[in-house]
Design a protein around this ligand. Structure first.
Ligand code: SAM
Length: 300
């Protein structure tokens, strides 16, 4: 039996540290919840959910189920996309009376492709404190296991549902060099794959992160040209929840380097290095010294 199994979570040494932290009153706690595997909830999230006066949630039934699994029972306040403004007023009044309130969504981080941003905005505007409790986010979970090497990512979220709008929108992303992150509903995953294939180069890498943290989790990476075939190869692949990652365009500098090299090579075939570098500088607007060094490399 491991150390963890032999001790109950309540008696872990770290739990003492948590009890000594401060949990201010008159504060909205934005609490991330799991995206599939219920045990991914953080210890601090559980502690805060156990001490707040109420939990504002996207769907009271889903949150009641989650709370029950942890033996927690709190008054629940509906705060979904159709009532965010009114819910914010109710929450602000309660916070002003000194309560602690948690804000959760159905899964993952509230306010990220989920309700919550308007409530947070209103609570902050009322001069009240907002305290975030980090946790699961489908986007970051998918990125972490994608193997796509890029320090930047561009969170797109859900694409427009209508084909023409989606096509126009994707056209605006062609020059984005960051890894792009899309959320997609299962009944649109095939349309999404074909729209991406039509809008971007077939060699770009795409990652389908399906059912993350759940029993049938699947993380598949392939060139965009193979994406539709992969989805069609198994009927299950049009079911479940998806994050789609798309490799960004090559950095603009790389493109410029390729073009500058091409120009230098044409000129070097006819001219000495110094003259070739000078002319290339005039054509590309780049620094002559850098082009001279590069011309020497190419010549050798
Ligand atoms: N707030 C959430 C977050 O922090 O990631 C996102 C909520 S958004 C309404 C739901 C979308 O997130 C799904 O359609 C899917 O694209 C993605 N998603 C959520 N859970 C997922 C999972 N377990 N596996 C893959 N994608 C997931």
């Amino acid at each position: 039996m491991s150390d963890l199994e032999s001790s109950s979570i309540a008696s872990l040494p770290v739990m003492g540290e948590m009890a000594h932290q401060t949990y201010p009153s008159a504060t909205l706690y934005v609490v991330a919840t799991p995206i599939g595997n219920v045990t991914d909830i953080s210890l601090r999230a559980l502690h805060v959910l156990s001490l707040v006066n109420a939990v504002a949630c996207e769907d009271t039934r889903n949150t009641a189920t989650l709370m029950t699994r942890f033996g927690l029972h709190k008054p629940l306040i509906a705060a979904h996309q159709h009532n965010e403004r009114e819910a914010a007023e109710v929450l602000i009044a309660r916070l002003q009376a000194g309560e602690r309130i948690a804000l959760v969504s159905d899964a993952g981080t509230p306010a990220v492709s989920d309700p919550g941003a308007r409530i947070v905005d209103a609570v902050r505007a009322a001069g009240l404190r907002v305290l975030p409790l980090p946790g699961a986010s489908a986007a970051v979970t998918a990125l972490s296991a994608s193997g796509l090497v890029n320090d930047q990512f561009y969170f797109v979220g859900f694409l427009p549902a209508k084909a023409k709008q989606r096509e126009n929108f994707l056209a605006t992303l062609r020059a984005v060099t960051a890894t792009m992150v899309f959320y997609e509903a299962p009944h649109r995953i095939l349309d999404c794959a074909s729209a991406l294939a039509a809008a971007f180069e077939p060699t770009r890498q795409v990652v389908f992160a399906r059912e993350l943290t759940k029993m049938f989790e699947e993380i598949h990476r392939c060139p965009l040209s193979e994406a539709e075939a992969w989805i069609k190869a198994d009927g299950h692949r049009e079911k479940g929840e998806f994050v789609v990652l798309l490799e960004g365009a090559p950095p603009a500098d790389d493109e410029n380097d390729v073009e500058a090299d091409r120009i230098l090579q044409v000129l070097l075939a006819e001219l000495p290095v110094k003259q070739a570098a000078g002319l290339a500088a005039q054509i590309t607007g780049r620094k002559k010294n850098a082009l001279y060094d590069r011309a020497l490399q190419l010549k050798n």
